[in-house]
Design a binder for this molecule. Structure first.
Ligand code: PLP
Length: 460
């Protein structure tokens, strides 16, 4: 329960902080968890309570909360050169090196990288690039962006318009020209009697129909997360990207992979696109790019888009876009270190992606075990990200009544038990740090199981 005296951290947080993406009645009742520091996969609050953060912060703190190498990389760069920009023909040496590294990692040759401070800004930047390109190439009508219902691409006006969540109606969004196709979630969206292959085919046909209806010459890109994250960890139906990519190619529409969550190892591959078996025309990156130790996003353009954009920019001599902190040297130094830690192994430690691969079967076994519960309708996931979907009735998949707030209750009970996980719709989402060990995996599933039993005993 929150402490009510005026000097408590809870009261001070509530007095002067404007909360985003927070269920206020629940926080008013329970108080804010004010966190002071972290220890590996755990965070610690002002009362000294430890929580295993099975969400890696917001999917991003993949190396845990006290990685000495990452902090040292930031400190060393702060000491050497604490801040700079990437305007007017100047940029830091760290920025050059990070672009080289990302170009080498990209699933296509000759990539070009543009930096932002966040994933939202990276999506926003991508759309501005495509709008710029369309006008420069004499196709000013080519402005529409295709995404999917339930997708999450960010919160700026453009990236929120790409996001396929109904809550953006409160802002009068989406903007015109942002079209949301069916979410490729077979379990929820499949029709009675429809096989998974038929479902995939239906979605591919829908894409073709929408492109034809809207006019291919009006569509700038199709943007998709390989595995939807904030939509509730939704891997696409079998064969989805293989079915849609040829349609996009036939209509000359770029496929952009929003790898803000999947990128840099979450699925067990460097890119979610690798895991799902497709080659995108551009990549949006953030989060694990710096292991969450610095705010940074990036647009990584494949060769065709990069070349065409270069020609377009050369014609007017400048691309009029950039953020003060685009390509910040400390961010770039941290990102170089994070990539080393995750993919190469740093300072004598094994690459964290090896641990993702080792722990994935353990994670899947834990999820499958909890999914046997009579009130879990489905478990789904990929690599070290997964969701358990609560249902009132397992056979029909009927959800619990919304007013029961089942997933919020499960997450709150987990918090009381010292485990942070996230309610998303009626699902509970887990995406632990890449450093998770076997004991912590047991702790995570043990606490979640206790929470599920308690909450289902109350509501069912
Ligand atoms: N794209 C995806 C797939 C995301 O999951 C997110 C954030 O969770 C974003 C974009 C937006 O990133 P940011 O919160 O850094 O703006």
């Amino acid at each position: 329960m929150p402490e009510d005296h005026a000097n408590s951290w809870e009261a001070r947080a509530a007095a002067h902080s404007f909360y985003g993406f927070t269920d206020l009645p629940s926080v008013r009742e329970r108080g804010t968890v004010v966190v002071t520091h972290g220890e590996g996969a755990y965070v610690v609050d002002t009362h000294g309570r430890r929580y295993l953060d099975a969400n890696s912060g917001l999917w991003n703190m993949v190396a845990g909360f006290d990685h000495p190498g990452l902090a040292a990389a930031a400190k060393a760069q702060y000491d050497r050169f604490p801040g700079y920009h990437a305007f007017f023909g100047r940029m830091s040496d760290q920025t050059v090196m990070l672009s080289e590294r990302l170009a080498a990692l990209a699933p296509f040759n000759d990539a070009k990288v543009f930096y932002t401070n966040s994933g939202s800004e990276a999506n926003d930047t991508l759309v501005k690039m495509l709008w710029f390109l369309a006008r420069a190439e004499g196709q000013p009508a080519r402005r529409k962006i295709l995404t999917r219902k339930n997708a999450y691409h960010g919160v700026t006006a453009v990236s929120a318009s790409m996001t396929g969540k109904p809550y953006n109606e409160v802002f009068g969004l989406p903007l015109d020209g942002f079209i949301h196709l069916t979410c490729p979630h077979y379990w929820r969206e499949g029709r009675p009697g429809e096989s998974e292959a038929q479902f995939t085919r239906r979605l591919a046909e829908e894409l073709d129909e929408v492109i034809t209806r809207e006019g291919p010459e009006t569509i700038a890109a199709f943007v998709a997360e390989p595995v939807m994250g904030a939509g509730g960890v939704i891997p696409p139906s079998e064969g989805y990207f293989q079915a849609i990519q040829p349609i996009l190619k036939r209509h000359g529409i770029p496929l952009v992979s929003d790898e803000v969550i999947c990128g840099f190892g979450r699925t067990g591959e460097v890119w979610g696109a690798d895991a799902l078996g497709f080659t995108p025309d551009a990549i949006i990156a953030s989060k694990a790019l710096t292991a969450g130790y610095f705010p940074m996003g990036a647009v990584i353009l494949g060769p065709e888009l990069a070349d065409r954009l270069q020609v377009a920019v050369d014609a007017i001599e400048e691309f009029p876009h950039g953020f003060t902190a685009s390509g910040h040297p400390v961010g770039c130094a941290v990102a170089l270190k994070a990539i080393e830690v995750i993919l190469d192994g740093a300072d004598g430690a094994a690459p964290l992606i090896d641990n993702v691969r080792r722990m994935t079967p353990v994670f899947e076994a834990g999820m499958a075990r909890l999914a046997q519960h009579p009130h879990i309708g489905e478990w789904r996931g990929r690599g070290l990200m997964g969701a358990l979907e609560a249902v009132a009735d397992k056979d029909s998949g009927t959800p619990f009544a919304g007013h029961l707030s089942v997933s919020e209750r499960i997450a709150n009970t987990c918090t009381d038990l010292g485990l942070i996980c996230r309610p998303l719709g009626q699902a509970v989402v887990l995406c632990p740090p890449f450093i998770l060990d076997d004991g912590q995996m047991d702790e995570m599933f043990g606490k979640l199981e206790t929470a599920l039993e308690r909450v289902f005993a109350e509501v069912a």
